[in-house]
Design a protein around this ligand. Structure first.
Ligand code: SF4
Length: 98
Protein backbone atom coordinates (compact mmCIF):
# COMPACT_ATOMS: atom_id res chain seq x y z
CA UNK A 1 0.00 0.00 0.00
CA UNK A 2 1.35 3.43 -0.88
CA UNK A 3 1.15 6.52 1.24
CA UNK A 4 -1.48 7.99 -1.03
CA UNK A 5 -3.62 4.88 -0.63
CA UNK A 6 -3.35 5.36 3.11
CA UNK A 7 -4.33 9.00 2.90
CA UNK A 8 -7.84 10.10 3.60
CA UNK A 9 -10.46 9.74 0.92
CA UNK A 10 -10.94 12.54 -1.60
CA UNK A 11 -12.55 15.54 0.03
CA UNK A 12 -14.76 16.20 -2.96
CA UNK A 13 -16.10 12.88 -4.11
CA UNK A 14 -17.55 14.53 -7.23
CA UNK A 15 -14.02 15.08 -8.54
CA UNK A 16 -12.31 12.05 -10.04
CA UNK A 17 -8.84 11.56 -8.59
CA UNK A 18 -6.16 9.76 -10.58
CA UNK A 19 -4.34 7.25 -8.41
CA UNK A 20 -2.78 5.28 -11.27
CA UNK A 21 0.69 6.70 -10.61
CA UNK A 22 0.81 4.89 -7.27
CA UNK A 23 1.53 1.55 -8.89
CA UNK A 24 5.05 2.77 -9.70
CA UNK A 25 5.71 4.44 -6.34
CA UNK A 26 9.11 3.69 -4.84
CA UNK A 27 7.57 3.82 -1.36
CA UNK A 28 5.35 0.80 -1.93
CA UNK A 29 5.90 -1.49 1.02
CA UNK A 30 7.94 1.07 2.96
CA UNK A 31 6.79 1.97 6.46
CA UNK A 32 4.58 5.06 5.99
CA UNK A 33 5.82 6.54 9.27
CA UNK A 34 9.12 7.25 7.56
CA UNK A 35 7.28 9.85 5.48
CA UNK A 36 5.89 11.68 8.47
CA UNK A 37 9.01 12.86 10.30
CA UNK A 38 8.68 15.06 13.37
CA UNK A 39 10.99 17.68 11.87
CA UNK A 40 12.28 18.58 8.42
CA UNK A 41 15.74 17.58 9.60
CA UNK A 42 14.48 14.01 10.03
CA UNK A 43 13.04 13.85 6.51
CA UNK A 44 16.25 12.74 4.83
CA UNK A 45 15.45 9.03 4.65
CA UNK A 46 12.08 9.65 3.02
CA UNK A 47 13.51 12.22 0.65
CA UNK A 48 16.22 9.81 -0.45
CA UNK A 49 13.54 7.31 -1.49
CA UNK A 50 11.59 10.02 -3.32
CA UNK A 51 14.72 11.23 -5.10
CA UNK A 52 14.71 8.35 -7.58
CA UNK A 53 10.98 7.64 -7.57
CA UNK A 54 9.65 7.50 -11.14
CA UNK A 55 6.38 9.16 -10.16
CA UNK A 56 7.77 11.93 -7.99
CA UNK A 57 6.14 14.78 -9.93
CA UNK A 58 2.74 13.06 -9.96
CA UNK A 59 3.02 12.47 -6.21
CA UNK A 60 3.98 16.07 -5.55
CA UNK A 61 1.18 17.41 -7.76
CA UNK A 62 -1.26 15.09 -5.97
CA UNK A 63 -0.20 16.51 -2.60
CA UNK A 64 -0.45 20.08 -3.85
CA UNK A 65 -3.88 19.52 -5.38
CA UNK A 66 -5.14 18.02 -2.12
CA UNK A 67 -3.36 20.58 0.02
CA UNK A 68 -1.77 17.77 2.02
CA UNK A 69 -0.74 19.38 5.27
CA UNK A 70 1.51 16.65 6.61
CA UNK A 71 4.34 14.48 5.47
CA UNK A 72 6.86 14.13 2.68
CA UNK A 73 5.27 13.91 -0.75
CA UNK A 74 7.23 14.05 -3.98
CA UNK A 75 10.39 14.62 -2.00
CA UNK A 76 9.14 17.75 -0.24
CA UNK A 77 8.05 18.34 3.33
CA UNK A 78 4.92 20.27 4.17
CA UNK A 79 6.98 23.37 4.96
CA UNK A 80 8.78 23.15 1.63
CA UNK A 81 5.50 22.72 -0.25
CA UNK A 82 4.01 25.70 1.57
CA UNK A 83 6.87 27.89 0.34
CA UNK A 84 6.29 27.06 -3.34
CA UNK A 85 5.24 30.01 -5.44
CA UNK A 86 2.11 29.79 -7.59
CA UNK A 87 4.35 29.61 -10.65
CA UNK A 88 6.31 26.71 -9.17
CA UNK A 89 3.10 24.88 -8.33
CA UNK A 90 1.84 25.33 -11.86
CA UNK A 91 5.16 24.07 -13.25
CA UNK A 92 4.92 20.95 -11.09
CA UNK A 93 1.37 20.30 -12.27
CA UNK A 94 2.44 20.65 -15.90
CA UNK A 95 5.38 18.28 -15.39
CA UNK A 96 3.11 15.76 -13.70
CA UNK A 97 0.63 15.89 -16.57
CA UNK A 98 3.31 15.50 -19.27
S1 SF4 B 1 7.73 10.58 -4.54
FE1 SF4 B 1 8.15 9.67 -2.53
S2 SF4 B 1 6.22 9.68 -1.43
FE2 SF4 B 1 5.77 10.03 -3.58
S3 SF4 B 1 5.31 8.03 -4.46
FE3 SF4 B 1 7.46 8.39 -4.78
S4 SF4 B 1 8.54 7.51 -3.04
FE4 SF4 B 1 6.36 7.69 -2.48
Amino acid sequence: MTRAEQAEQPRDKAVAVDYSWQTEASCRGVDAELFFPATDEEAGAAKSICETCPVRMACLAFALDRNERFGVWGGMTEKERARLSPAARESIRRQAAA
